[in-house]
Write a protein that binds this ligand. Sequence first.
Ligand code: FAD
Length: 318
Amino acid sequence: MKIVDHIKNAQGKTLFSFELLPPIKGQSIQGIFNAIDPLMEFNPPFIDVTYLREDYIYKQHANGLLEKVAYRKRPSTVATCAAIMNKYRVDAVPHLICGGFTKDETENALIDLQFLGIDNVLVLRGDARKSDSSFIPTPNGHAYASELLQHVADMNKGKYLHDDMESPEKTDFCIGVAGYPEKHFESPNLDTDFKYLKHKVDCGADFIVTQMFFDNKKYKEFVDKCRQNGINVPIIPGLKPITSSKQLISLPKIFHLDIPLELSEAVQACKSEKEVKEVGIEWMINQCKELKEMGAPVLHFYTMGNPEPTKRIAQAIF
Ligand code: FAD
């Protein structure tokens, strides 16, 4: 079922969902099931599976020459989605990224997804590879999420890349995009970022999932600004509790967000990592209670392979 229909059917009740990473190459699917099982009691209508782009490694040969080799640590978003749907009978939402795919490869992946009965996709540009200083579009691939979105929207109308005529065999994907309450880091300002977010919605995005944030004021301002700018699709807050003191540095660095002073000081005052985790979970429980009161359609958790903190929060909320 489409995410927008899950939200409609909930009739104003806040839903619970989460996302996880595909398994490390060589691991069995049981690792994924172990990350999902503890969270199924909260009835997630959908589970997202992220996509990790391949990177390059350099292999040195006996003659001293270096060979650049594409390398994937977590290969199978589509297979992970299929396994989740098969075992749990919930909707799996694959993340699709521009980076690393030609348009043909993207179209083939979408055809496979439709064949598997997957109704939703979250379309993203993806980040730069670790070995590149900025995002480099793949030759004959999409440069922005909006282009990828347009591709999916075209397929929903029966327009395929190499067909001269519209096909009656249309896909029917419900399409999500990313939004940034604290601005995407490459954008010169929030208004410019908004312009491109609006463009994604105008191209056919059905819902928005936000980058994580720790201050609900940022989410509220973001939602208000969206509504004032004619963005009327559901805006799903993306959430992650702080679980270690190192994250005071790593989260702002990786995700370009602010941690409120009250939270950072509470973490810094902790005497152990166990205490930090408790502070992070407590903060997120309070955030979630308020988001629920604010009418957030879904509380969507970035579990990063560790379901336990999310379970504790969900127990307090749902
Ligand atoms: P875009 O919407 O394309 O925007 C990228 C930047 O370009 C922004 O600064 C925007 O303002 C600007 N821009 C957009 N359109 C134009 C235009 N036409 N001209 C000029 N500038 C433009 N990454 C992964 O690799 N895998 C994942 O699974 C993944 N999941 C994510 C899930 C969520 C909910 C979020 C919030 C992020 C996720 N990311 C993931 C990270 C994401 O790929 C990065 O944040 C990436 O840098 C931007 O992706 P985007 O889809 O927002 O890009």
